[in-house]
Write a protein that binds this ligand. Structure first.
Ligand code: CA
Length: 375
């Protein structure tokens, strides 16, 4: 990645992250049973447009779109070429969903919780507070029935979804107020989108809407008391370490946010099978790249933050996390009681989460707690 200044990063952020803000691998055919494709493979060339919710060439999130387009071009020997449009270049970032439904663009890349107002169950395919981590989310979607439900939900809208990225466990955010117990959440003005924001409000806080470009000045001037973003790499580029007193962990609200590549179903069905498969495989492969790009860079930037910033690195007290977890249950109960598809998806999520959690106790958790010298 080319070096990017904070100012440049802020300008880019302001384009894409208007309302809410942010926020892999297999080869199964089962999920595509309902997708048709012409049987004869020809040399016909396809020229597609991809819209995104990210600024052009945005680190990791925009980069992955460019890499996806390049990969597809090489894999298809130029038969499928994708022109990537950053947020606002073809349509406003948060209109990507409608643009692909209408066919104004053939594909988009985003995080599915942006569409919670249009299809409430969509947000469960991004991340759920206190839910599964990246590895477990991928296992649920690829091998635990998640993809089938995701395709059922999006298929009804004439869309075909693919995993194309993950942020991994995010950070809890930058605070200018100490959080010593759950009472400190009362009245806390924090920029935190999606389900996490709803949970904070239940705990007495105020989830404030601030665009990416206004984040720095809002925190600096005290318009907000706290903000979450992603993790050390992106947070550093945004400069938040220069103006916050505390950097809290962990990101209880986004333990493994999935990023999605979504295709217009009619356009997808016009492609020969080999190109369809290339889209699926390139999405998964580039998704792996973005997940690991975050993983590879986060520690490097965490060390820079520790060195260059006076912000104190802290863990949320257990009692605070317990209260937020309780409020998460209330928020999820409310959503699933109002929307049957949300109930169906959440049931599958929860069943898989229980199963995989039993295994993690003896695998990841035991390894981290008792063996690894790296944690
Ligand atoms: Ca976030």
């Amino acid at each position: 990645m080319k070096k990017i200044s904070r100012k440049k990063f802020l300008v880019k952020s302001s384009v894409a992250l208007g309302a809410s803000t942010l926020l892999l691998n297999g080869c199964k055919d089962e999920g595509q049973k309902n997708i048709s494709a012409p049987n004869i493979i020809t040399n016909k060339k396809y020229r597609w447009r991809m819209v995104t919710t990210w600024p052009p060439n945005f680190p990791v999130l925009g980069e992955v779109c460019n890499r996806f387009a390049e990969t597809l071009k090489i894999m298809s020997n130029g038969r499928l070429e994708l022109k990537v449009f950053g947020g606002g270049e073809l349509v406003p970032p948060l209109e990507s969903f409608e643009a692909v439904i209408s066919g104004a663009a053939e594909m988009y890349n985003a995080a599915s919780y942006y569409w919670a107002g249009k299809a409430p169950a969509s947000q469960f395919f991004a991340s759920i507070p206190f839910g599964m981590n990246a590895q477990q989310m991928h296992a649920w979607i690829l091998n635990g029935g998640g993809y089938e439900l995701w395709r059922e939900l999006y298929g009804a809208l004439d869309l075909v979804p693919f995993i194309c990225g993950n942020t991994g466990v995010q950070m809890g955010g930058w605070f200018n107020k100490e959080i010593n117990n759950s009472k400190d959440l009362r009245g806390l003005k924090m920029r935190i989108p999606g389900l996490g924001g709803k949970v904070l409000e239940r705990a007495g806080g105020a989830a404030v809407l601030v665009s990416g470009g206004e984040l720095y000045t809002s925190l600096e001037r005290g318009v907000i008391d706290a903000t979450e973003w992603i993790g050390p790499y992106h947070d550093y580029l945004l400069g938040l370490h220069k103006i916050a007193k505390y950097y809290y962990s962990p990101g209880w609200h986004e333990p493994g946010s999935i990023l999605e590549n979504v295709v217009n179903k009619k356009a997808f069905e016009k492609l020969p099978k080999d190109l369809q498969k290339m889209i699926e495989m390139a999405s998964h492969a580039m998704g792996m790249w973005s997940f690991h790009e975050f993983e590879a860079k986060n520690n490097e930037y965490l060390q820079k933050i520790r060195k260059e910033s006076t912000a104190e690195l802290r863990l949320f007290p257990q009692e605070v996390l317990d209260v937020l977890k309780e409020k998460t249950k209330e928020v999820l109960d409310e959503i699933t009681s109002k929307d049957s598809m949300s109930a169906k998806v959440y049931q599958s999520f929860q069943d898989f989460s229980n199963k995989v959690g039993n295994w993690s106790k003896y695998s990841e958790k035991a390894y981290y707690n008792r063996i690894s010298s790296h944690q």
